[in-house]
Design a protein around this ligand. Structure first.
Ligand code: NAG
Ligand code: NAG
Ligand code: NAG
Length: 487
């Protein structure tokens, strides 16, 4: 049974316990449908009707989020995140790569930032701790103590997931010491022994942490604690909590892990780690002091690439997720380095206005001096102009639930012109950002919403009335159109 709802000034709140599919049907109607296997479960939803789209949104936020809203560690906004590109097979080699990379950043006057390690590099470094601990037990050299300053050249972010390889000693140990219940398990026969369920993660056979088991959660937190003691990392990224249909079907019952339950328990785990934890997904956790990493995008100009950034930003922030780490400049989905210099520059220009700038392709790889200069300039601009604004509107968000980043309709909620603009955004209600998202373009159309005030171009101080449509407004490759509200 499909329910059709046409979007005007309504918000639809769906019960979190109802699995459903969401789509737009052939008649361009927004459509919610329960899954075929769940036909007997009625769709449960609440419809909020309001006089305009902003009021509908605000009402929905009041209905949905009754918790007090907490801020994550705002220091993260000041520093760009740099992905360590290391394709090596041992902890000492990861350390060497870290040192080389930190020196390179410094040589290019990009010395302040966070180096982020993927899960593989994190595992290699943590195995090294393991060796170190063993060697210390045998009274041997204090290797890691000596090396620690090398790792500590910059702030570090590590990556963990709830998966553990079936070929690791940790897993084998857990089969022997009776902690196999730490892993999602199924009985081998109706009353039989529980056997861990094997799944796959990043191409490897793994078991997955049973996040409803308190012993398993303590084990995980201990692991984070020992990594912290040895690496001194400032940030922890948790990947892999997203639902998995196979898992949900194979493990149902128990109902305790059905649907979005896993990711929501993982958000609890993340807040126990601290207020500098980054999640890759979230469900009703926007009030928690966490960061969310937006989905990786393609390195192109399509809606799956650069054109997808602003719609995704607005989507997250309207749902209350404001503390976003956008995908790396130029896109990182393929894992390849970006070679299109124009794409890199336009992408950088957008992310400079988002909460955190992150890199996968280093700027010295993508282009010549110009790209490096622009990278330094936009990082400085982010720190000088954008971070203070985010801090200001983070306070407003805590008090009112209003998003930090806003669509054009926020200021002009009865003007249909504003409803479909997906290539401009507002920071609070005072800065309008209109980046170029078309390849080769050095001009773009811009709509300045009418909120009863004027807008001033931050570059040339020209002033326009609200409600003005600027056609083919010039925006050179090295610039972004930014308008400031004049009351
Ligand atoms: C997870 O652990 C809990 C508590 O030990 C147990 O009751 C439950 O059956 C486990 N669930 C799965 C899917 O392994
Ligand atoms: C980069 O910046 C430096 C110093 O600000 C300047 O001398 C140089 O000409 C710039 N290079 C390019 C290609 O813009
Ligand atoms: C080694 C290093 O760069 N540490 C910095 C990490 O970030 C904090 C602020 O969040 C700085 O105070 C440290 O100096």
């Amino acid at each position: 049974m499909a329910h059709l709802i046409s979007l005007s000034s309504v918000a639809v709140l769906v019960s979190p316990d109802t699995p459903l599919q969401l789509g737009v049907d052939s008649g361009q109607q927004f459509c919610l449908q329960s899954l075929p296997s769940m036909e007997r479960l009625p769709l449960q939803y609440t419809v909020c009707v309001a006089h305009n789209v902003k009021a509908a949104h605000q009402e929905a936020v009041q209905q949905l989020f009754r918790h007090s809203r907490e801020l994550p560690n705002m220091n993260a906004l000041w520093l760009p995140f740099w992905k360590l590109l290391a394709n090596v097979d041992s902890g000492p080699k990861v350390e060497r790569e870290l040192r080389t990379f930190a020196n390179r950043l410094r040589r290019h006057q990009l010395g302040e930032g966070v180096i982020s390690l993927n899960e593989h590099s994190t595992t290699l470094l943590s195995d090294m701790d393991h060796d170190y601990l063993n060697s210390r037990k045998r009274g041997m050299s204090k290797r890691l103590t000596r090396d620690l300053p090398l790792v500590k050249l910059l702030n570090i972010s590590i990556t963990l997931s709830p998966f553990l390889g079936v070929d690791t000693t940790q897993f084998h140990t857990s089969l022997m010491d009776g902690t196999e219940a730490y892993w999602l398990s199924l009985p081998s026969a109706p009353q039989g022994k529980l056997i861990p369920v094997m799944s796959q993660w990043r191409g490897k056979f793994c078991v997955k942490l049973n996040i409803t088991n308190p012993g398993a959660v303590s084990w995980f937190l201990d692991r984070v604690g020992s990594l912290e003691a040895h690496l001194g990392m400032e940030y922890v990224m948790l990947e892999g909590g997203e639902g998995n249909l196979f898992e949900e079907q194979a493990l149902r019952p128990p109902q305790d892990l059905a649907g979005d339950k896993y990711i929501s328990l993982m958000a609890d785990l993340a807040t126990r780690i601290g207020d500098s934890t980054i999640m890759t997904a979230g469900t009703r956790s926007s009030h928690k002091p966490l960061f969310v990493r937006m989905t990786p995008l393609q390195s192109d100009w399509s809606p799956m690439g650069l054109k997808g950034i602003i719609p995704s930003l607005l989507h997250h922030t309207l749902l209350g997720y404001n503390f976003l780490i956008p995908d790396a400049v130029g896109g990182s989905l393929s894992g390849d380095l970006v070679t299109d210099e124009e794409l890199f520059i336009r992408w950088l220009e957008i992310t400079a206005f988002l909460p955190v700038i992150s890199f996968h392709t280093p700027p010295w790889v993508c282009g010549e001096d110009r790209v490096l200069n622009l990278t330094r300039a936009y990082i400085a601009k982010h720190q000088r102009d954008v971070v203070p604004l985010i801090e200001k509107y983070a306070e407003e968000w805590q008090m009112t639930g209003n998003p930090i980043y806003r669509p054009m309709w926020w200021l002009s909620p009865s003007d249909p012109m504003t409803f479909t603009i997906d290539d401009q955004f507002l920071i609070g209600d005072e800065v309008l950002v209109a980046p170029v998202v078309e390849k080769g373009a050095v001009q773009r159309d811009i709509y300045l919403p009418d909120g009863g005030f004027q807008w001033q171009d931050s570059q040339n101080a020209q002033v326009f009335d609200g409600g003005t449509f600027l056609q083919d407004y010039p925006v050179p490759l090295e610039g972004v159109a930014v308008f400031l509200r004049r009351s």
